[in-house]
Design a protein around this ligand. Structure first.
Ligand SMILES: NC(=O)c1ccc[n+]([C@@H]2O[C@H](COP(=O)([O-])OP(=O)(O)OC[C@H]3O[C@@H](n4cnc5c(N)ncnc54)[C@H](OP(=O)(O)O)[C@@H]3O)[C@@H](O)[C@H]2O)c1
Length: 366
């Protein structure tokens, strides 16, 4: 390779400008639930200025019309066919939209952060297996998985960031310390994961299954086997899990309970060492494991509206089974918060910028 070619390649690699500046941002899919969370975070972020939020159905209406918590924000929805030129485009659209629009996104923006499943998996064959194929597979290699706790080292300078699935995020945050500690070797038993998730996971247009009368009071298995997030967990944690998801009544939150049968018996001290080793320096991770008070284990209510994740664990008598608990807000740590956290890392900003707020207590069903 000539020096010129190498320089061109290096320039391509750093097409996303990093430094001490304010970044312009747009949110495609601004009327949706995660789009609203992006607007909430970015409008308070010290390093971003939101210049566009798109909607086909609410064109020219104020953002506050869809998101009453954002009333007063001086921004109106505009047509996604007229994308403004920005530094970072966040896309919060249903699966399949971004893979069809990604060329247009990159014409408008230096970097794209996509919250859908469109760039999450690393290979086209996985989309054939788990989704309905992929129409822009040439972008898959370029995409970096957003979750910093899993993929921080590859995020700086990334210009296509793929947000994780909320159920996969809760599960991986819970299990990662055990994987890192080598507790899950070839002789381990099957890892069984049970996730309970709130109705906002289905989005603003969630349909009959998420409507209030149908959702009220349920603990409804909706993906007993074959959930698509299994593919992500295998791709990024290297772990094949038996995975079941329940739809429950809460609005926000994903709570994963993972049953782990390790190679060799482990002690409580081993577990503390593994979880502290993985998360002591993580700005958004809390270990909540059998302390006092009412909330002795991870609790979605305690992180609702925030980018925090909680993990905790218990051991069976005889140390045969580790029970791991993990709780996040599906729209924050499980989506919009994760996306902004990843963008902060990609741009070289302080990791916690725009995300440092705590949740509410006491609070009703979040
Ligand atoms: N909700 C969660 O907890 C969660 C968690 C992790 C990941 N995600 C992923 O994040 C994405 C957004 O989820 P959500 O829950 O925010 O969905 P949502 O509430 O249904 O919002 C979707 C948004 O996309 C817009 N949209 C739909 N089709 C479009 C198209 N063809 N072109 C441009 N805009 C379009 C919609 O507005 P208009 O129709 O007005 O244009 C709306 O603003 C999904 O891919 C979802 O899987 C969601």
């Amino acid at each position: 390779m000539s020096a010129d070619d190498a320089a061109d390649e290096a320039a391509d690699d750093t097409s996303i400008v990093t430094g001490d500046e304010t970044y312009t941002a747009s949110v495609v899919g601004g009327t949706g639930f995660t789009g609203g969370e992006l607007l909430r975070i970015l409008s308070g972020h010290p390093d971003f200025e939101v210049v566009q939020a798109t909607s086909r159905s609410a064109d020219n209406m104020t953002v506050g019309r869809s998101h009453p918590n954002l009333r007063g924000l001086d921004l109106r929805f505009s047509d996604p066919d007229d994308l403004e030129s920005v530094d970072v485009l966040f896309s919060a659209t249903p699966h399949g939209v971004s893979m069809g629009q990604v060329d247009e996104y990159f014409e408008a923006a230096d970097a794209v952060v996509d919250l859908s499943a469109d760039f999450r998996l690393p290979a086209a064959e996985l989309y054939d297996e788990w989704y309905d194929g992929h129409t822009s597979p040439e972008y898959l290699e370029r995409a970096e998985y957003a979750l910093p706790e899993i993929n921080r080292e590859n995020l700086p300078g990334a210009d296509l960031i793929a947000g994780g699935g909320c159920n996969a995020t809760a599960t991986m945050l819970g299990l990662k310390p055990l994987v890192d500690a080598g507790a899950l070797g070839p002789d381990s038993g099957e890892v069984v994961v049970d996730v309970k998730v709130g109705s906002s996971e289905g989005g603003a247009g969630g349909g009959a299954a998420s409507s209030h009368p149908e959702r009220s009071g349920v603990v409804r298995p909706y993906a007993p086997t074959g959930h698509r997030h299994e593919a992500e967990i295998e791709a990024y944690l290297g772990l094949d899990v038996s995975f079941t998801v329940h739809a429950v009544e809460m609005v926000r939150g994903a709570s994963a309970t993972c049953h782990v049968f390790p190679d060799e018996p482990v002690s409580k001290a081993d577990l503390w060492q593994a979880y502290r080793g993985a998360y002591a320096d993580e700005p958004f991770m809390r270990i909540v494991s059998g302390g006092g008070g009412v909330y002795r284990y991870p609790e979605p209510k305690a992180v609702a509206g925030t980018n925090y994740g909680e993990v905790g664990f218990e051991l069976d008598p005889g140390n045969r089974r580790i029970v791991v608990f993990s709780a996040i807000d599906n729209m924050m740590k499980g989506s919009a918060g994760q996306a902004v956290h990843a963008a902060n890392v990609a741009l070289g900003l302080p990791e916690t910028a725009g995300l440092e707020f705590q949740g509410l207590h006491p609070v009703g069903s979040p």
